[in-house]
Write a protein of this length. Structure first.
Length: 134
């Protein structure tokens, strides 16, 4: 069995170097703290908080300057998804309100990240009836 092909003048051709398997490039994983709560590329939204805690909020990176940004529009979307709107949702009455704390001036984006918080206000519970004394 021949390993090289004969060449004129009696010289053997050198062997080509062995081929290494191609390396697969792995995508870098997001940091563990941002793995499940950061979304998007142009507008990068990072959420925080707990829905059953004091409230939820978000930080939006990539807001261009002078983009119309009003809390009334955000509040309208919150009201649209509020519980108790149909018979197939929970009957709870929660009045979640949104406040935009930074990233806007005169109802327009400033070109920096916008920071918003939606505080959870649990519904008022009726007072409990006194328990009978035994």
């Amino acid at each position: 069995m021949r390993t090289t092909a004969p060449i004129s003048r009696g010289l053997a051709a050198p062997r080509p170097p062995p081929q290494l398997p191609a390396r697969r490039r792995r995508r870098a994983a997001p940091p563990p703290s941002a793995a499940a709560n950061t979304f998007g590329t142009l507008f990068r939204v990072t959420t925080f908080g707990e829905s059953h805690g004091k409230g939820v909020g978000c930080v939006i990176d990539g807001v261009p300057p002078r983009l119309p940004l009003s809390k009334e529009e955000v509040q309208a979307e919150l009201d649209r998804r509020r519980p108790g709107q149909s018979r197939i949702t929970t009957p709870r009455k929660e009045s979640d309100t949104c406040e935009i704390y930074s990233g806007r001036e005169r109802r327009r984006g400033r070109g920096v990240e916008a920071w918003s918080l939606c505080e959870r206000r649990p519904p008022a519970r009726p007072p409990r009836a006194p328990s009978p004394q035994a």
